[in-house]
Design a protein around this ligand. Sequence first.
Ligand code: CTP
Ligand code: MG
Length: 226
Amino acid sequence: MSEFHALVPAAGFGARMGIELPKQYLDLAGQPMIWHAISTLCACPDIKTVFVVLAPGDEYFARYDWSHCGDKLVTLYCGGTTRAASVANGLLASELEADDWVLVHDAARPCLTQALLNKMIAELRDDAVGGILAVPVADTLKRADAQQRIACTEPREGLWQAQTPQMFRAGLLAEGLARCSNVTDEASAIEALGLQPKLVASDSSNFKVTYPQDIVLAELLLNKKM
Ligand code: CTP
Ligand code: MG
């Protein structure tokens, strides 16, 4: 029986947040941002290990109390210069079996719920390829010209926004990332192998905290959840 593991890339600096502290350590509802996703992943009974990929010189992570995660939590100080490099390095260091499932989840998506996690695992555990959480695009899409005027309206039918977790077999994902390193998500690396990951319907609460204005909404959702 193949196992389920999580891998959390957390070696970024959060440039778009515009502060010196890497955004994954920003206080959100009384805990560092990264605490929320890690705690949700560790609380999932199906998930055996939660690997966290940190920047080699990270001096923040070890300052917090992770005792509630027990032996499930494993830190890997091997982050790279891009998200894809951090995931590829983490996969290598994790020494997972090729057919183990790995759920890659952004440290910057603190509002992931146990319900979404369980739904994803249930929908994909017997899938040949794997897949990702995603939401159908809700807004009308405009393409801009060089003057920031509307060049045209793009049809949104069939368009989805990718989220994480993204769940694939560890061997397949490592192969995809080795072949194609300039990707912004894991699914793109699997697509480059000619495969079609499944879209598992999520909701907008699992958004990525990117800009300062995202913090208020994340705190509202987290305070409701806790
Ligand atoms: N990440 C990583 N290694 C990198 C870059 C990003 O592990 N070299 C991680 C981030 O820590 C985050 C996730 O990938 O958990 C999603 O990336 P993003 O939201 O873009 O975070 P940052 O890259 O830190 O932010 P920014 O792009 O604004 O600099
Ligand atoms: Mg980034």
